[in-house]
Design a binder for this molecule. Sequence first.
Ligand SMILES: NC(=O)c1ccc[n+]([C@@H]2O[C@H](COP(=O)([O-])OP(=O)(O)OC[C@H]3O[C@@H](n4cnc5c(N)ncnc54)[C@H](OP(=O)(O)O)[C@@H]3O)[C@@H](O)[C@H]2O)c1
Length: 220
Amino acid sequence: MKQHYTIAILGGTGNEGPGLAMRWAKAGHTVIIGSREAEKAQRVAGEINAKLGEPLIAGASNTDAAFACDVAVLTVPYAAQNALLETLTGALQGKTLINVNVALRPPKVAQVYIPPEGSASEQAQAILGPGVDVVAAFQNVGAHTLEDPDHPIDCDVLVCGDKKAAKAVAIQLAEDIGTRGIDAGPLVNAKVVEGLTSILIGINIRYKAPGSGIRITGLP
Ligand SMILES: NC(=O)c1ccc[n+]([C@@H]2O[C@H](COP(=O)([O-])OP(=O)(O)OC[C@H]3O[C@@H](n4cnc5c(N)ncnc54)[C@H](OP(=O)(O)O)[C@@H]3O)[C@@H](O)[C@H]2O)c1
């Protein structure tokens, strides 16, 4: 059965967050955009609501958004993620965190980078501890692909995590934005999914196609 969630998009004021926010709000979820500054979150939420033509999305500090949500979604630059998560460990206990972050090493963002910890997603799990179920998802769906909420998305979403129930949340949320969520195994596999993002960035550059994505074939 389709569940309703209160979703906090932490760092949702940038490139990737607003498209996810619009699509989940349109699917009926309660969506809060988080920011380091509550006023910025409220301003961006207002801009997104103007685009939607309805006041569906709220803005708050990352901390308030994390406390208020059932499901948190992390969209901040990789270099910023660990410090931010350390401040949110308490607020996120008992919840699912969907990590959209990708371990990238600018400026070579089109080259796969596997950090010593494995992936951004495994680092998030290590910081948050066993009381938070971290799932990796949406790393291969670019901001450009998400930005028009009425435009269908032609790709799959690979979902990695160690808890089936948390993966089921991400799979539903993938379906709610018009994609197909696919269980791609444990969180340790996130390094490959994150690495695919660098490959897609390179493909976008070489083929001048800002919205390349992946599809899994052969499924029933
Ligand atoms: N962009 C894409 O197409 C795309 C696709 C797939 C995955 N991703 C991944 O998603 C994540 C976000 O990407 P993005 O392009 O949305 O990033 P972004 O626009 O550069 O940043 C997102 C938000 O992160 C917050 N932020 C920036 N520096 C911070 C810091 N030092 N501490 C805490 N928060 C900080 C900012 O929010 P406030 O200033 O409001 O706090 C900013 O609006 C990245 O890890 C990226 O690899 C992106």
